[in-house]
Structure formats: structure tokens, C-alpha cells
Design a protein around this ligand. Structure first.
Ligand code: MV4
Length: 447
């Protein structure tokens, strides 16, 4: 087992990883920017190293500084957390070349899945269903027109280097295709320095369903069921739940097994998530995330498995301690992402937390690095807390969530707590009747 892990991240996820390490008897090293000198992740760690000024580029993305911190503290392994360096294949390679263990998938898997065209080709070859469209990159408008003819409109032009919606353009008919194609390539070039695009049939009202996977270094892969992440605004998830209210037991078993089988066939190791669009009873693979995800918590709540502990264990080379049949699903879990922002305008609201009281009680979990008097810096992501609730049924979970949101006190800054209170009171949400468009449509009407 590792003796010391450097956590190359900040905020609630750095705490989450620290907690897993602590329970495993592993010492932790925090890294931080000058803006985070008083942050909770620094306070809790056994050791800390300042790696640069506030800007992420010069600190949490500063490769030489992070590797130096690992060297001087004698860390055995580096955990990248979420965001920042977590899906940077080159960083993973450098970590390994410097003699540290990388708590993540192989650099090769990060690279394959980072290119969405290669990702699709790879999983199709093993029988995963994908959205019909181009078989590879679409290098000319003429090719795009040919795809439009066969697939039928509307079609969606997507950036190969994309994900998160950037460089994505819909063409509703062939009249719109040329402009959409050129805009998508331009946006992709500006955002990623790579203007390769591919095309898919556009699904109008899908749900976003993702499967949690875990593989070891010995070819074993298990899945932990799905999460429904359809409630999102501008590609930022707002509320997630597991299991999805849209799936029945058969569908769940089928897509989970298919995803796990594919991950096994490609030799995937570490935690990872396959993302699917789900419409009219059909699943379509769109992307794979080769890292831990923010919403891994709801999967932990319904399975009782500490996914970060398992992630660290497999990174040591240890075989999985569980098989698929050991994974039992129990009850229902919902997560609300709480951001430091105005609940109606979404304007970021950094500043000092004057009073902090987190809810508690049976089935309530709060993952947050906040404390009384903490100053939320303006330099980073606005997510400051995750409220995660578990119940024996979806209804119990909803009742508990309503109670926990009422109890949550964060004074001094604006937060999205009031937004969550409104969302969970909506009949559509209560009925589990929503898709990826629902939240933005609801905001137009009700906010
Ligand atoms: C789609 C789609 C509809 N049809 N692909 C958005 C970002 C990237 N992860 C994939 N995305 C989408 N791909 C086809 N063929 C709609 C989206 C999409 C979306 C997907 C998941 C969660 C939220 C979303 C919000 C808007 C659009």
C-alpha cells in the first residue's frame, strides 16, 4: 500500500480523497495556491506545499511545481482529483516517468477517450451502441452533406476534442449544414487547437445516463449501476440521482453489463464512467470520462462502496476485492451541487462565509471544504458543497432532501440552495419526469 499520497487538487474533492487516504492509513500531501493558504484541504493534510499564485494555470495546472512537491515530500503516488490534471495524459505519463504511482487509468486510455472519435470507434468495435452518424472524422462539407442524406436531419456536428458541449452545432436541415459545419470547426479550433469534427443524428429529448465502472490491473471490471445526470444547465450538472427513475431493472442490468464488458475488453483500469444518451428505451454511448466524478457520491450511497478507496487500492496493483455479484443496490440517492452564485442570475458570489451550518442526521452527507469565516476565492470553480441524501425509497430520499436543504445555513454569500428548493418542489422532478432540456426550459418559465 502507498504510504504517502499527494493530492493535486483543492476544495471538497481534495477533502474527499484525503478522507479515503486517512481511513487507509495513508499520509497525505496537500498542494495549494497562495489564494488557498487557509483552505480546509491544506489544514487537514499531513503536509502541504505552496505551488504558485492564485491563477490555476500557475498553480493547480503547474506540472513542474506539482512534481517538485511530490519529490520533496517523498510521496509514493499522485491523485489528480477531478478537473485540473485529471484527464491530462501527458501529465499522467510524467508522473509515472518520475517514479510516482498515478492514481488513474493508463495514459493511453486517457488519450483514447479524450479524442471522442477514437473513443467511439473503440467502443463500437466491442459492440456498444452509439448514435448513428459518421464513422470517423468529417473532413469536408461535402462529406457532411453525405452523412446528412443517410442519417436524416437534424444532425449534430461535434468536436473530436470536445465534451462539455463546446464546438457543438445543430443543423436542422441541409440549408443550415454548411454554416453549422464551419462554425463548429471554428469553435473547435479556438477552444482546443484541433478542428476535427464528427457528426451524429441529433437526439431531441434524451436523458443523460452514465455507468460507474471500476477495473483493476488484472483484467477485472465491475459496474456500479447508473446515475441520471439529466438535470443540468449549460452543461453543468445541477442535481444527480441514482438509480435513474427512467430505467427498469432489466435495462439497468443490460447497460451496466454491456459497459463493464466493453471496459474489460479494452483493458480499462481505475474508476471511469461511460456516458450514454437514453431516448425511447434505447441507449447510445457518447463519451467516457477517465476519472473520478463529482457525483460518484450517490453511487457510494446506494452501494455502500467507498469508490475512492477502491480507486487507490487498484492503483497499487491490488486485484479488485469485489465481484459483480457482491455489488448490491440499496435505496435511492440524490445529490444537489451547491454553488457560490446567485440562485436566479447565476452570477458568481465569492466572499466570506459568515455563518456555516451543515445539515445532518440519518441518510444525510455533506461533502464540502467550507467552514465558518472561510473566504470563497474568486479564482476557481463556484461549487462549494455537495448535499447528498440517501433514502430507502425515492420518496423518502426526496422528503429527506427537502428537510436537509431547509437546515443548510451558508450566510454571507449567495448560494444555489434556494434554486434547489424550487427544483425539488416541481411535480416533474417529483415524478422523475425530466430530460436534459428540462431545467433550462423550466428556468425560462419559472425563474
Ligand atoms: C448529443 C445531444 C443530442 N444528440 N448528441 C452535450 C455535451 C456532450 N457531452 C454531448 N452532448 C450532447 N450530445 C446527440 N447525438 C445532446 C447533448 C447535450 C447534452 C448531453 C448530456 C447532458 C446534457 C446535455 C445538454 C445539452 C446537449
Amino acid at each position: 500500500m502507498f504510504e504517502k499520497v499527494l493530492i493535486a487538487n483543492r476544495g471538497e474533492i481534495a477533502l474527499r480523497i484525503h478522507r479515503a487516504c486517512r481511513e487507509m492509513g495513508i499520509k497525505t500531501v496537500a498542494v495549494h495556491s497562495t489564494a488557498d493558504a487557509d483552505a480546509m484541504h491544506v489544514r487537514l493534510a499531513d503536509e502541504s506545499v505552496c505551488i504558485g499564485p492564485p491563477s490555476s494555470k500557475e498553480s493547480y495546472l503547474n506540472i513542474p511545481a506539482i512534481l517538485s512537491a511530490a519529490t520533496i515530500t517523498g510521496a509514493d503516488a499522485i491523485h489528480p482529483g477531478i478537473g485540473f490534471m485529471s484527464e491530462n495524459a501527458q501529465f499522467a505519463e510524467m508522473v509515472i516517468e518520475h517514479g510516482f504511482a498515478w492514481i488513474g487509468p493508463t495514459p493511453e486510455h486517457i488519450r483514447i477517450m479524450g479524442d471522442k472519435v477514437t473513443a467511439k470507434k473503440t467502443v463500437i468495435a466491442h459492440g456498444l451502441p452509439c448514435v448513428p452518424g459518421s464513422d470517423g472524422p468529417v473532413n469536408s462539407v461535402e462529406e457532411a452533406f453525405a452523412i446528412g442524406e443517410t442519417a436524416g436531419y437534424p444532425i449534430l456536428i461535434k468536436a473530436a476534442a470536445g465534451g462539455g458541449g463546446k464546438g457543438m452545432k445543430v443543423a436542422w436541415s441541409k440549408d443550415e449544414l454548411k454554416e453549422a459545419y464551419q462554425l463548429a470547426r471554428g469553435e473547435a479550433r479556438a477552444a482546443f487547437g484541433n478542428d476535427q469534427v464528427y457528426i451524429e443524428k441529433y437526439l431531441a429529448n434524451p436523458r443523460h445516463i452514465e455507468i460507474q465502472l471500476l477495473g483493476d490491473h488484472h483484467g477485472n471490471v465491475v459496474h456500479f449501476g447508473e446515475r441520471d445526470c439529466s438535470l443540468q444547465r449549460r452543461h453543468q450538472k445541477v442535481v444527480e440521482e441514482a438509480p435513474s427513475p427512467a430505467l427498469n431493472a432489466e435495462e439497468r442490468e443490460k447497460i451496466g453489463a454491456l459497459a463493464a464488458r466493453t471496459a474489460k475488453l479494452i483493458g480499462y483500469r481505475g474508476v471511469g464512467t461511460m456516458e450514454f444518451l437514453y431516448e425511447d428505451g434505447q441507449f447510445f454511448f457518447i463519451e467516457m470520462n477517465t476519472r473520478l466524478q463529482i457525483e460518484h457520491t450517490i453511487t457510494e450511497m446506494i452501494t455502500g462502496v467507498d469508490l475512492v478507496r477502491e480507486q487507490i487500492r487498484v492503483a497499487t496493483g491490488a486485484p479488485l476485492g469485489i465481484t459483480q455479484k457482491d455489488i448490491k443496490f440499496n435505496g435511492h440517492s440524490i445529490e444537489c451541487r451547491i454553488n457560490a452564485e446567485h440562485p436566479e442570475t447565476f452570477v458568481p458570489s465569492p466572499g466570506q462565509v459568515k455563518q456555516y451550518h451543515a445539515p445532518g442526521g440519518l441518510g444525510v452527507r455533506v461533502d464540502s471544504a467550507l467552514y465558518d469565516g472561510y473566504r470563497v476565492p474568486s479564482h476557481y470553480d463556484s461549487m462549494i458543497a455537495k448535499l447528498i441524501v440517501h433514502g430507502n425509497s425515492r420518496n423518502e430520499c426526496l422528503m429527506r432532501l427537502r428537510r436537509a436543504l431547509e437546515e443548510f445555513v451558508i450566510e454571507g454569500i449567495d448560494t444555489s440552495i434556494p434554486l434547489h428548493q424550487k427544483i425539488i418542489s416541481e411535480p416533474d422532478f417529483i415524478n422523475g419526469d425530466y430530460d436534459i432540456r428540462w431545467l433550462e426550459e423550466w428556468m425560462k418559465k419559472k425563474l
